[in-house]
Design a protein around this ligand. Structure first.
Ligand code: TYD
Ligand code: MG
Length: 459
């Protein structure tokens, strides 16, 4: 029998080394290396590519082939019966795809996936593996939501070997593992939930998916740092990474594609959580407005996440600070971007907020990653600083450069159209995005080229 080989894996970052070391050479953490048993060399040879997220199982040695001559296989897509979920997946679930769904506890991951498994059960018989809830809880939720549960099998199990044993017998076409943090494999001695266990268990499921063409959903809780189970250990193994986000206090939830081998990234799906589970919101444009606009410090922006425009309100509060080092807090936006905007405002606009606390928040718990949020954030900050609301029914979008120029953003016309459709009357936009006529379908367009123009436009 081949001797079992071992390696050492860091519990913090998942890096591996051949020898034990006191300090992880990758992340520098101390005393985090734990031993893992690798498979014997013979099986490791075919298994190795799968560990890196590739395809395994080819018995003969691969041949060099001209790419143009490779036969193309159309991805077979199955609708989840939830339109917004399909949109985020890139038009439905691709058979054999491994999709990681991450999000805070209580955001609705289990609900969404149970609804999706039930929705697909007539086409893809599913196996719902739960490591967190009892079967009675899962079944109870399914019945309360009135889901068609006929083609769905459930299993309360956390050991990957046993899960795959059941899968080999039942041959489901779709497996949901809720959640990866509860999974463990017999080949490792580390505790369930540790990075090495999560990584190895997920790798086993990925390998199974690629070998059998079974689609797999992995549910992952988000850690305090915002990653799934340690920095980036799962993201490179899977075909798609979706994050479920939103205010737990609000009804609305946003599902965002962060990585997708089969579709566009940053695509958004919007849902509302109600007493009958998650309902899609197919036309979400105006739900991220607080309704209390025309207050000082509020500005509506037209962001374009994924492939459709969205009207989102950003709020700012500028207040004199008792601290020698005033606070800059950005919720739903990048903190560094806020610091940069305030520096531009000071250097090129002569407006100092060095003795003020600045808080910026995007309404509705949504995260905006686009630079098109720069100009609206700036207008909101100016409005709060002066304690004067922006002109009624104003929207804005545009990027702010370090030399104080206002730069154009993609899809300007589509954004203007969205604002006009929702009854806005004034749009503050970069000059290069503005139509020549100075208005667009009843929308007065204020073109700004430099920071000074933007400061004037804030009124
Ligand atoms: P859940 O899917 O269990 O979240 P996760 O798996 O991400 O931890 O959702 C839990 C929350 O959703 C819980 O706070 C209750 C709420 N909820 C509803 O409001 N309506 C419903 O129909 C369901 C099933 C859940
Ligand atoms: Mg859950």
């Amino acid at each position: 029998m081949a001797k079992a080989r071992t390696a050492y894996v860091c519990n913090e970052c998942g890096a591996d080394t051949a020898k034990w070391q006191g300090q992880c050479p990758a992340c520098g953490a101390w005393d985090t290396m734990s031993e893992i048993v690798l498979e014997p060399a013979a099986s490791a040879r075919t298994a190795a590519p799968a560990r890196r997220g590739g395809w395994a199982g080819a018995a003969e040695a691969p041949q060099v082939t001209p790419l143009a001559g490779v036969r193309q296989v159309d991805d077979l897509r199955v609708s989840t019966a939830i339109g917004e979920f399909d949109r985020v997946l890139g038009g439905g679930l691709v058979e054999g795809a491994v999709v990681l769904v991450g999000g805070d506890p209580g955001i609705g991951k289990s609900t969404l996936l149970l609804q999706a498994v039930a929705g697909m059960s007539s086409v893809l018989p599913g196996l719902y593996v739960t490591g967190e809830e009892s079967l009675a809880q899962v079944a109870g939720r399914g019945q309360r939501l009135g889901l068609p549960l006929d083609g769905v099998n459930a299993l309360a199990e956390t050991c990957v070997e046993r899960i795959l044993g059941h899968a080999a017998r039942l041959r489901p076409r779709l497996i949901v593992a809720d959640s990866v943090q509860t999974l463990w494999t017999e080949t490792l001695t580390a505790a369930p939930g540790s990075v090495s266990q999560v990584r190895e268990s997920a790798a086993r499921l990925v390998r199974y998916a690629k070998e059998t063409g079974t689609a797999v959903f992995l549910v992952g809780h988000v850690t305090k740092e915002g990653g799934i189970a340690g920095p980036r250990v799962l993201e490179h193994m899977v075909d798609a990474v979706l994050y479920f986000e939103g205010d737990v206090g609000s009804r609305f939830r946003v599902l965002r594609a962060f990585k997708n081998r089969f579709g566009a990234v940053n695509e958004l799906g919007v849902f509302a959580m109600g007493d009958k589970g998650l309902k899609e919101v197919p036309n979400p444009s105006a739900i991220f407005l607080s309704g209390a606009s025309r207050q000082p410090g509020s500005c509506v922006m037209v962001t374009r996440e994924g492939t459709r425009p969205l009207l989102v309100e950003v709020q700012a509060l500028v207040d004199s600070s008792p601290l020698s080092n005033p606070r800059r807090v950005a919720v739903g936006l990048e903190q560094n971007r806020l610091a940069m905007l305030l520096a531009v405002l000071h250097r090129h606009g002569g407006i100092a907020v060095g003795d003020q606390d600045v808080f910026v928040n995007v309404v509705g718990g949504i995260r905006v990653q686009e630079t098109a949020a720069d100009l609206p954030v700036l207008l909101a900050v100016l409005s709060s600083l002066r304690d004067r609301p922006l002109a009624e029914k104003t929207v804005a979008f545009g990027e702010v450069g370090l030399s104080g120029e206002i730069r154009p953003v993609p899809n300007g016309e589509e954004r203007l159209k969205e604002a006009a459709t929702h009854g806005f009357r004034r749009a503050v936009v970069p000059k290069a995005n503005a139509p020549r006529a100075g208005s667009y379908k009843g929308l007065e367009v204020v073109a700004v080229e430099r920071l000074a123009d933007a400061i004037d436009a804030a009124g």
